[in-house]
Write a protein that binds this ligand. Structure first.
Ligand code: F6P
Length: 553
């Protein structure tokens, strides 16, 4: 199969890029009064304005040709139908089935998976109701007041991000906490204020072999048994969410307390499954089902709209335009809402672990860039941290601004200023400030001409820097479900055009293996490390410091 970069659509886009790259978006807005109307779209809950991207309607039309030649529609159908789109692990990727609100069958290896999915939701509902109605009692007979989710990666970031985002929907009586890092500090600080008698641990791990999670879970078990003086307490204070129930049973989790999910659910796409238990405990099962319904709405949009009017696909095509034609390899996510503060971290894993690949599905290396570096922080903090570099620095970084029209905490003028700040950033990035404008502004202040001439160049902002603004009515389970599914589908669509597998993560498996190799050398000073000189030197230094600190060793 021809490399993507030799395709007709790619070649035409290269010529188009050569033609329009020198143009400034300011001019496009002046000459096309319908630019905003033509380059924004909306679903039930979200307006997506990509008119501040370096595209014209012709660009979008030419990019749609890339989607066309990649048979994107067929691949979307394959994914929703349970085909083995995860070709290297020979698995389906059916996170969409988890939120399938229709009665349609979805077959995996000839078996309809919907009955098991609905049974899992029933189990979640039953358990969360027991907790909220205080009908689940700990070992000493007390109701649960605190839930600690122990997991990492997709077994942490999805539940953590959604629980934070939906703080306004939190049910009374139970506080949810998250521990992911194997650094003992996170677990120690989390457990400090908690009472073992009223604490429930949710061990979330698809494989139940992730070392960080197992070590945290073992320490949590020690804390609980020490606190309650009896290892029979585990049965009432530990539940597990996993696709590997054998390992969960070995750990000592009671069989009735295991919430199973399936290997065709990718970790970073799993919050819709039982991995979302802590979300359901935090906001209640009804709100959790609204989250699923929001995602389902976006699923239907993704499956039914033509490329040009398909929001995830247009966002994917714009990413490819920015990455592969403008060579911008960084992408900032700036949510203008404190409740969405974990969204950048969640999308970082979702996109970089999915599309951070350099092998095509065929095993042939790519000869084009793939996933950008995804990063970000909430606004308006971002304006006082890194916006300077985005506005006047030497790198162009496309930005997604995400902002709700309404705040859940409408203090006087706060939301108006937040919203104005968000719009001002995307405007400044796009329109910039010319030398003439900077000069006139300084003259108007009465500054002496020599000083104006010296300072004005430093106040020039190039502009022509791209951003997309996603406007939500407000942050609700439904709108959040739509937003997350939008990004999941955008990631999948780019992976199809790049002809890479978005659902495996062989690179990370290596770091897991290496950690297992280095650990024995760190814990055994007599072992001679057999790694590179740097790693060996660092291991030796670790031993020297530990011997100094613990001379008896
Ligand atoms: O980062 C690698 C990874 O496998 C992620 O894909 C996954 O979400 C995370 O580790 C945790 O894996 P598990 O849920 O199996 O503990």
């Amino acid at each position: 199969m021809k490399q993507l970069t030799q395709s007709q659509a790619w070649q035409v886009l290269q010529q188009h890029h050569h033609d329009i790259a020198p143009q400034h978006m300011r001019e496009w807005f002046v000459h096309d009064k319908h630019r905003f109307a033509n380059l924004s779209m909306h679903t039930n809950e979200i307006l997506v304005d990509f008119s501040k991207q370096r595209v014209t309607p012709t660009t979008i039309q030419l990019l749609c040709e890339l989607a066309n030649q990649s048979y994107l529609y067929q691949r979307i159908e394959d994914m929703f139908a349970g085909e083995s789109v995860n070709n290297t692990e020979k698995r389906a990727a059916l996170h969409t089935a988890l939120r399938n609100r229709s009665a349609d069958q979805i077959l995996v290896n000839g078996q309809d998976v919907m009955p098991d999915i609905l049974a899992s939701l029933d189990k979640l509902r039953h358990f969360t109701t027991q907790l909220h109605q205080q009908r689940w009692h700990g070992h000493t007979g007390l109701a649960i007041t605190d839930v600690v989710n122990i997991g990492i990666g997709g077994s942490d970031l999805g539940p953590r991000m959604v629980t934070a985002a939906l703080t306004s929907f939190r049910q009374p009586g139970i506080r949810c906490h998250f521990v992911a890092n194997v650094d003992g500090t996170e677990l120690t600080e989390t457990l400090k204020p908690l009472n073992p008698a009223t604490t429930l641990f949710v061990i979330a791990s698809k494989t139940f072999t992730t070392l960080e999670t197992l070590i945290n879970a073992a320490s949590a078990k020690r804390w609980l048994v020490n606190g309650l003086g009896n290892d029979r307490a585990i049965a009432k204070h530990f539940v597990a969410i996993t696709a590997n129930d054998v390992k969960a049973l070995e750990f000592g989790i009671d069989d009735n307390n295991i919430f199973k999910f399936w290997d065709w659910v990718g970790g970073r796409f799993s919050l819709w499954s039982a991995i979302g238990l802590t979300i359901a405990i935090s906001i209640g099962m009804d709100a959790f089902e609204h989250l699923l319904a929001g995602a389902y709405t976006m699923d239907k949009h993704f499956c039914s709209h033509d490329y040009r009017h398909n929001i995830p696909i247009v966002m994917a095509l714009i990413d490819i335009w920015n990455i592969n034609f403008f060579n911008w390899h960084s992408h900032a996510i700036i949510p203008y809402d404190h409740y969405l503060r974990w969204l950048p971290a969640y999308l970082q894993q979702a996109e970089m672990e999915s599309n951070g690949k350099s092998m095509q599905r065929s095993g042939q290396a790519v000869n084009y860039a793939t996933a950008p570096v995804i990063w970000g922080q909430p606004g308006s903090n971002s304006q006082h941290a890194f916006l300077q570099a985005l506005l006047q620095g030497t790198q162009t970084v496309p930005v997604d601004f995400i902002v709700p029209l309404k705040s859940h905490n409408p203090l006087e003028q706060h939301h108006e200023l937040l919203f104005a700040s968000c719009l001002s950033q995307s405007n400044a990035l796009m329109s910039g400030r010319t030398l003439k404008e900077a000069t006139h502004e300084l003259i108007a202040t009465g500054m002496p001409p020599d000083d104006v001439q010296a300072l004005a160049p430093h106040k020039v902002i190039p502009g022509n820097r791209p951003s997309t603004t996603l406007l939500l009515e407000s942050i609700t389970p439904t709108s959040l479900g739509e937003l997350i599914a939008l990004y999941e589908h955008k990631i999948f669509a780019t992976s199809v055009i790049w002809n890479i597998n978005a659902f495996d993560q062989w690179g990370v498996e290596l770091s897991k293996q290496l950690a297992n190799k280095i650990l024995p050398d760190l814990t055994n000073p007599d072992k001679v490390p057999q790694f590179d000189a740097s790693t060996n030197g660092l291991i030796r230094y670790f031993h020297q410091q530990h011997i100094t600190d613990h001379p008896t060793r």
